[in-house]
Design a protein around this ligand. Structure first.
Ligand code: HEM
Length: 146
């Protein structure tokens, strides 16, 4: 959506608030993950894949922090805090792609998308190929601790 579109400020408002909410939820999740019992590791049956698994899992936290960081960076550089949140009435700059943080935000989003696709594929593999009941341990409720 071009920045000249009158709906753009509202779209940015929802996007930025949503991005901050995702960051907050990831912080809560990480804290809960550190302080509560963990179920035993779910093996894929392949040692290489088992070694990649924690890289992807911890990589999610890093990517979300980078997404939020570059989002905040762009917002500050383009004064979006004033324009979007404080309703200053200033126009948006013609494009946000002049900011390196905005360009990085787009590339990191592609990495995050790749991680999400891998994660969904891995969860389906566990559930339907290995039939190890992974969906049950991913949902809320008691987990057996190791
Ligand atoms: C996990 C959280 C987030 C995700 C997944 C996400 C995702 C995205 C994606 C996919 C784009 C478009 C990229 C492109 O077209 O190249 C984008 C643009 C943008 N995001 Fe985020 N974002 C997140 C958090 C944030 C936060 C926290 C802020 C600011 C506080 C923010 C500010 C922006 C801005 C200013 C743009 C540029 C819009 C434009 O150029 O028109 N994002 N974001």
């Amino acid at each position: 959506m071009p920045n000249s579109d009158p709906r753009k400020i509202n779209v940015l408002l929802v996007h930025m608030a949503g991005g901050m909410l995702i960051l907050a939820m990831m912080v809560i999740r990480f804290t809960a993950r550190m302080w509560t019992a963990k179920p035993p590791t779910a093996t894929t049956g392949n040692p290489l894949l088992d070694r990649i698994t924690p890289v992807i899992h911890y990589g999610f936290y890093i990517l979300v922090v980078l997404m939020a960081g570059t989002g905040f960076g762009t917002a500050i550089l383009a004064r979006l805090n004033e324009i979007v949140f404080a309703g200053s009435g200033e126009p948006l700059p013609p494009t946000l792609k002049i900011y390196p943080t905005r360009v990085a935000h787009g590339y990191i989003a592609l990495f995050l998308l790749g991680f999400i696709i891998l994660h969904v594929a891995a969860a389906l593999y566990h559930q339907f190929v290995r039939k190890d009941g992974l969906f049950r341990r991913m949902s809320f409720g008691r987990s057996e601790s190791n």
